[in-house]
Design a binder for this molecule. Structure first.
Ligand SMILES: [Zn+2]
Length: 440
C-alpha cells in the first residue's frame, strides 16, 4: 500500500521557523568594528543550529558541520570555528534574544499552532519555576551567582526563571524566554527567585499584553505578595499549597468541613484502579496576616490500591464540581516544566562548560537562551509539523530521530528540513536521486 505523505502547514514548518529565527538575529546590534569576517547573525545562527541538531559539543559541531547544508537549511553564510563563536557571543547581551522568542511565539499564535494547548475558556496553563543551569567551584564569569559557604568557599551558579505553556494532554511544551537570575538580586535563592519572577511577569505582559493565562507554580510561590503581582498583571493562578506551610488555610477548610460548607466529590477510574477524591472551598483567606487576600482552595487525594497521594492548590478561578477534575489535571501537569523543559537544559548541559564553554561576560547565559530557543522550535514542530511527527513515530524515539537527522545532515547535500524529513520517512534515494534524470 502506498504511504500517504503527511500534510504540512508550510508556515509552521522547521524551514519557516528557522527563517524567522534568522530574521530575528538580523536585528541584534553588533558592537564590533565595521569590518568583520563573519556577521553576528551567522554566529548566533551557528550556535542555534548546533543546539537544534543537538550536537554533542561545540567542537563536534565545528568539525562535522556540512557547510552546504548549514547554508541551505539554516541560512548561514559562514560558520565560525569554536573559539571564534565563544569570543563573539560572550559580549552579546541576552536581552536582545527576547524579540526572537516573542516573534516565534506570535507566529505560532497567528498560525493557530497553540490551539491544542488551550486549557480552560481560551486560557493557557503557564508553568513557572526556577532552575539551576550551571554550578562550579572553579569556573565563573561576571554574571555568575555566588553562593558563599560557611568555610568561605564559593560555588558559582547560573539560575534561570523558566516558563512554558503546558497542557495535561500534550507532551510538547512551548517555552518562553527564561529570565536569568542576577547576582544583584539578593543574597539568598528565594530573593533571587522572587525578583526574577516579578521581572518575568512584567516582561510577559509587555510582550504579550492579551495572552490569557493561568499561572501554575509550586507551593513556595503561594504567598500574598506574589498573588498580588499576578493579579496586577492580569494573570489567573493555580498554585500548589502545603499543609505544613499554609496551616491557617487548611485549618479554615477543616472548620468549614465541620460547618458543612465545603463541597466534596469523587470520580472513579476503574480501568486504572483509582479513585479521585476532592474537597474544595471557595473564598477563603490565604493566611492570617493577609486576611483580605481571598483564594479558592482545592484538596485532592488520588487513592490507589495501596497508596494515597494528596495534592492541594489555591486558585482565583471559582471551583465547581464540574471542572475540579480538570483543574487538578492542570495542577498536576506542572511537572512538565521540570521534566520536559529544564531537563533539556540539563541533559544537553551535563558537561556544558567543557563542551560549549563558559565565557567571561554573557556566553553561558546566551548559550542557555539559544538552547531554549532551539527547544522552542523543536517543540513547535512536535506540536504541529506532520512530517516531524511521522518520522518520530516511525523511529520511535526523539534520540534516534536526532541521531538520524544528524547523520543525514552531515552526509548528504540537502535543500530543506522538509527534504530531510522526507528522506528519513521514505529513504534518501527514492525522494531525491543523487543523479538527476535528464527529461529533455
Ligand atoms: Zn558564569
Amino acid at each position: 500500500m502506498a504511504s500517504v505523505a503527511p500534510k504540512a502547514r508550510k508556515h509552521l514548518s522547521a524551514d519557516a521557523l528557522f527563517r524567522l529565527v534568522h530574521t530575528g538575529f538580523d536585528h541584534i546590534p553588533d558592537d564590533r568594528p565595521a569590518e568583520v569576517d563573519i556577521a553576528l547573525p551567522d554566529v548566533l545562527m551557528s550556535a542555534f543550529a548546533m543546539f537544534s541538531l543537538t550536537a554533542p559539543s561545540l567542537l563536534a559541531f565545528a568539525k562535522e558541520r556540512a557547510e552546504g547544508n548549514v547554508h541551505t537549511i539554516y541560512g548561514i553564510q559562514r560558520v565560525p570555528c569554536d573559539t571564534y563563536m565563544r569570543e563573539i557571543l560572550d559580549p552579546v547581551s541576552p536581552k536582545w534574544l527576547r524579540p526572537v522568542f516573542t516573534n516565534v511565539f506570535r507566529h505560532l499564535q497567528r498560525g493557530t499552532a497553540l490551539e491544542s494547548l488551550t486549557f480552560l475558556d481560551g486560557h493557557y496553563l503557564l508553568a513557572l519555576d526556577g532552575t539551576e543551569s550551571f554550578s562550579s567551584k572553579t569556573i565563573h564569569c561576571a554574571s555568575c551567582l555566588h553562593r558563599v559557604h560557611r568555610n568561605g568557599s564559593i560555588t558559582y551558579t547560573h539560575q534561570l526563571w523558566g516558563a512554558a505553556l503546558i497542557h495535561p494532554d500534550q507532551r510538547a511544551v512551548i517555552p518562553l524566554m527564561p529570565e536569568p537570575m542576577m547576582h544583584c538580586d539578593g543574597m539568598d535563592k528565594h530573593d533571587c527567585e522572587r525578583n526574577a519572577a516579578k521581572r518575568f511577569i512584567a516582561k510577559l505582559r509587555q510582550d504579550h499584553p492579551h495572552l490569557k493565562c493561568i499561572v501554575t507554580e509550586d507551593a513556595l510561590r503561594s504567598n500574598a505578595p506574589h498573588l498580588e503581582t499576578l493579579h496586577d498583571y492580569g494573570c489567573h493562578y493555580l498554585l500548589g499549597v502545603k499543609a505544613g506551610d499554609h496551616a491557617y488555610l487548611f485549618q479554615q477548610v477543616q472548620a468549614a468541613e465541620h460547618a458543612g460548607r465545603v463541597t466534596s466529590s469523587e470520580r472513579h477510574d476503574r480501568a486504572a484502579g483509582l479513585v479521585h477524591r476532592f474537597r474544595f472551598l471557595n473564598d477563603v483567606s490565604l493566611n492570617a496576616s493577609h486576611a483580605g487576600v481571598r483564594v479558592n482552595c482545592i484538596e485532592y487525594w488520588e487513592m490507589g490500591q495501596d497508596k494515597v497521594q494528596p495534592c492541594s492548590w489555591i486558585t482565583d478561578l471559582r471551583v465547581t464540581k464540574r471542572h475540579v477534575f480538570h483543574l487538578m489535571r492542570g495542577g498536576r501537569a506542572r511537572w512538565k516544566i521540570d521534566n520536559e523543559t529544564f531537563n533539556t537544559l540539563k541533559n544537553q548541559g551535563d558537561h556544558f562548560e567543557h563542551t560549549y564553554g563558559h565565557g567571561e561576560q554573557h556566553l553561558s547565559v546566551v548559550f542557555a537562551m539559544l538552547m531554549m530557543l532551539a527547544f522552542l522550535v523543536d517543540q513547535a514542530q512536535q506540536l504541529c509539523c506532520a512530517w516531524c511527527r511521522a518520522v518520530w513515530l516511525k523511529l520511535g524515539s526523539k534520540r534516534l530521530l536526532w541521531e538520524r537527522m544528524r547523520a543525514l545532515f552531515y552526509t548528504y547535500a540537502l535543500t530543506s528540513m522538509r527534504q530531510l524529513f522526507e528522506a528519513l520517512l521514505y529513504g534518501f534515494k527514492r525522494s531525491s536521486p543523487l543523479v538527476p534524470m535528464d527529461s529533455s
